[in-house]
Design a protein around this ligand. Structure first.
Ligand SMILES: *Cc1c(COP(=O)(O)O)cnc(C)c1O
Length: 370
């Protein structure tokens, strides 16, 4: 039996009837942008995260970019300010920063958790540093208590890239509720996935929320009045209606992801495969299950030969991408090594026990050594 990395068809087939009913409701309503479905989804998602505001936008990159843009408009950031973020992240984290003419300052992560190391952040703070963007990579919360304390001492904004972390929690508090503001993605493959592009900003800050609501809609709060030079980035009614269905199953899906992860953690036992370090079960929402191996490419080929599809998140860190030639001199050996060693195993709430066992058995049979 082949084991796919992730079957979105299976994920959404579980709720096909409800999704089709929601789509039909929107089609029949005659109202497709900025309507009741979005307002309801924003209320429901904000409540689920435990924050005052959720603002639906076009995608996860726009969520991060617009929240930074909001801080620029409010005068809490200025062009050229520095934002510290982990070197090992998806390029969207960087694009949100540099797209606002802010400076991305990447630092090395903790290689065990893949997340920001508060000591590395503290060491990188300079006179122009104004914000820290924590990425809850692969679905595990960064050390938000330490980062919050540091941000408080140094007067920095704390921003969460929560695009992979829907459902990660600490003492019951969820991702999206730790920073001054957070950006979520509802790209179809994320823990909460739309059937197209979508994203949201979460925050308790009324002024920021008000500003982002205008920015996403041509800088307008009321029709044809434009106090700001905004953009067009709205979460449409169809996606909002579909997301409302899927939000009802998100807790259960995170539980299923944790179950798969526990089976991998207990089953995979190989000196050449390093398992991810889990700080606390609650803190990880398992968007991805990422192992490390010095023979990553051989491991990937071995698993492929056993019918198991894997992926690499990500082959090249942002500061090594051609798009960031200005950062090529940045020395981040831990980040670079991680990108050579990481491999994402199949992970999905629909992954069967048999499939999980097949992955575990194939890992155990890997010939590679430390
Ligand atoms: C997916 C993702 C984004 C961007 O979200 P999109 O909806 O694809 O624009 C940003 N940051 C991280 C860490 C992501 O995984």
């Amino acid at each position: 039996m082949d084991v796919p990395f992730l079957s979105l068809k299976e994920v959404n087939a579980r709720h096909a009837d409800e999704l089709k009913a929601a789509a039909a409701r929107v089609i029949d309503s005659g109202w497709y942008i900025l309507g009741e479905e979005l307002a309801a989804f924003e209320r429901e998602f904000a409540a689920w995260c435990g924050v005052r505001h959720a603002i639906g936008v076009g995608n996860g990159l726009d969520a991060l970019a617009l929240l930074l843009r909001g801080y620029l408009e409010l005068g809490r950031l200025a062009e050229g300010d520095e934002v510290i973020l982990p070197g090992n992240t998806f390029i969207a984290s960087f694009l949100a920063v540099t797209g606002n003419r802010l400076k991305a300052v990447p630092v090395e992560p903790d290689p065990g958790t893949f997340n920001l190391d508060p000591a590395a952040v503290a060491a990188a703070i300079g006179p122009r540093t104004r914000a820290v963007m924590a990425v809850h990579l692969y679905g595990q919360l960064a050390d938000m208590a330490a980062l919050r304390a540091l941000a408080g001492q140094r007067g920095l904004l704390l921003i969460e890239d929560a695009a992979q972390a829907h459902g990660a929690a600490w003492d019951g508090r969820r991702a999206g509720a730790f920073g001054d503001a957070a950006g979520f993605s509802f790209f179809p493959a994320k823990n909460l996935g739309a059937l197209g592009d979508a994203g949201a900003v979460t925050t308790d800050d009324d002024a920021l929320a008000h500003c982002i609501r205008a920015l996403r809609n041509y800088g307008s709060q009321s029709k044809y009045a434009h106090p700001l030079r905004g953009t067009n980035s709205r979460l449409d009614e169809l996606q909002a209606a579909l997301l409302r269905v899927k939000l009802r199953y998100l807790d259960e899906d995170v539980r299923l992801r944790r179950q798969v992860a526990q089976r991998y953690l207990h089953g995979i036992d190989h000196p050449g495969i390093t398992l991810p370090r889990v700080v606390r079960e609650e803190a990880h929402a398992w968007h991805l299950f990422v192992v490390r191996s010095r023979q990553r490419d051989a491991l990937q080929r071995h698993l492929q030969a056993h019918g198991i599809q894997t992926q690499v998140h990500y082959p090249l860190p942002p500061h090594r991408q051609p798009a960031y030639a200005d950062l090529h001199e940045t020395h981040l050996p831990v980040t670079e090594r991680l990108h050579e060693e990481v491999l994402s195993l199949p992970m999905s709430p629909t992954l069967s026990d048999v499939a999980v066992e097949q992955v575990v058995a194939a890992c155990r049979r890997f010939g590679g050594r430390p």
